[in-house]
Design a protein around this ligand. Sequence first.
Ligand code: NAD
Length: 472
Amino acid sequence: MVKKICCIGAGYVGGPTMAVIALKCPSIEVVVVDISVDRITAWNSDLLPIYEPGLEDVVKKCRGVNLFFSTDTEKHISEADIIFVSVNTPTKTCGIGAGKAADLTYWESAARMIADVAKSDKIVVEKSTVPVKTAEAIEQILTHNSKGINFQVLSNPEFLAEGTAIQDLFYPDRVLIGGRETPGGQKAIETLKEVYSNWVPEDRIITANLWSAELSKLAANAFLAQRISSVNAISALCEATGADITVVADAVGKNTSIGPEFLSASVGFGGSCFQKDILNLVYLCECHGLSEVALYWKHVVQINDYQKTRFVDMVVASMFNAVSDKKIAILGFAFKKDTGDTRETAAIDVCKGLLREKAEISIYDPHVTEDQIQRDLTMNKFDWDHPIHLQQMSPSPVKQVTVTWDAYEATKGAHGICILTEWDEFKQLDYKKIYDNMKKPAFLFDGRNVVDPEKLREIGFIVYSIGRPLDA
Ligand code: NAD
């Protein structure tokens, strides 16, 4: 019977996942550890380090009862029966595979730590998204660095989406557990299955071999991102022909074999996973000599980049081909609504594009801080063709950026507005008041198709949306 679970990594996945396990399995002690003292302090405070609807309630119910956050990694690893590893696996920034392969440095150091401190048999669970065959590398690190301890490595990729993490964890479409096809591997699968069985119906728990489980996560993210790039590619054609993407996507999605999800045209997908996981898939394909397959998936990311460039070009062209010294308000900076996460958000590229054109930008997002925005806008981005040579921003963007805590303040005196995140509050703003306080003509570029263009045109705005005719 599982008495104690330890999770290494208290991030967007480790925190919520362990909070839900603690809630659903009151007899198990769950401890989340992290090398970041700030993160652990925040998890133990009233101001959690991440914003996620419903998370606070779950944490409040379990924290101090059977859910704990700690920096005492060694103690909790050595006491746990199951160790989840949910550390970050970013894209490599240097050396072979830079710009594409997953950087497994954090994983390797977690595995070495487990091997160092474990004194009894452990089940080690890959929660992070990792390349196929990572489990094999982990097994080697664990067995070569410990004596007489049996480690069973399982792959249990997380399919939650930020913004709906708690709902996704309460009612998962599926829980996937991959393990070795040995008696030990199968026993470990059964042990983890028992934990999930506390709230997940039996028919939603899928068991597999390690490589199928690892690849399924990369494939799932690639398919989701591919749908967004597909609808965005069609949105470009809509703008060119006068078709309306909302009508086209609705008609396409009504086919039950296709379905309506992930068919909203937008300025592009973001988040820490889609791009990184597809790049990783591309790298895997290349390593296995599958260059045509690599090219196929690479295009999903390239269409996404193209969509962001197209958006910036549309803004500049519409505003009489010059945005230099013009104030442009950015409404929304997070990569999607209901999260404060800005990793790989489309807003970064759009803002950088406008800054390159020397626009003054004023940003408002209800859950993103000024520090996050300044950090994101000074970070460099990979260039596909020259992955090692980073693109430099010039001049420094920081001076041209102001961050406000109010949409009305952000838009005051602006020539144009770009809506870049689909926050519900942007549907309910007093656009007449906003229009009255803007320079004329007042432009609105809706990168998420959240406002009713007709209503805004009646007020006086010149409205551009994604994939919709100008006079719609
Ligand atoms: P994150 O950056 O928010 O959290 C990772 C945490 O791990 C950080 O707090 C970091 O300090 C900690 N860490 C790194 N090395 C450590 C070590 N040796 N010991 C202790 N702590 C350590 O990342 P995340 O968004 O939670 O993602 C984690 C993994 O889950 C990634 O592989 C990601 O691809 C995958 N994933 C993410 C999502 C998502 O929506 N964010 C969804 C599914 C899967």
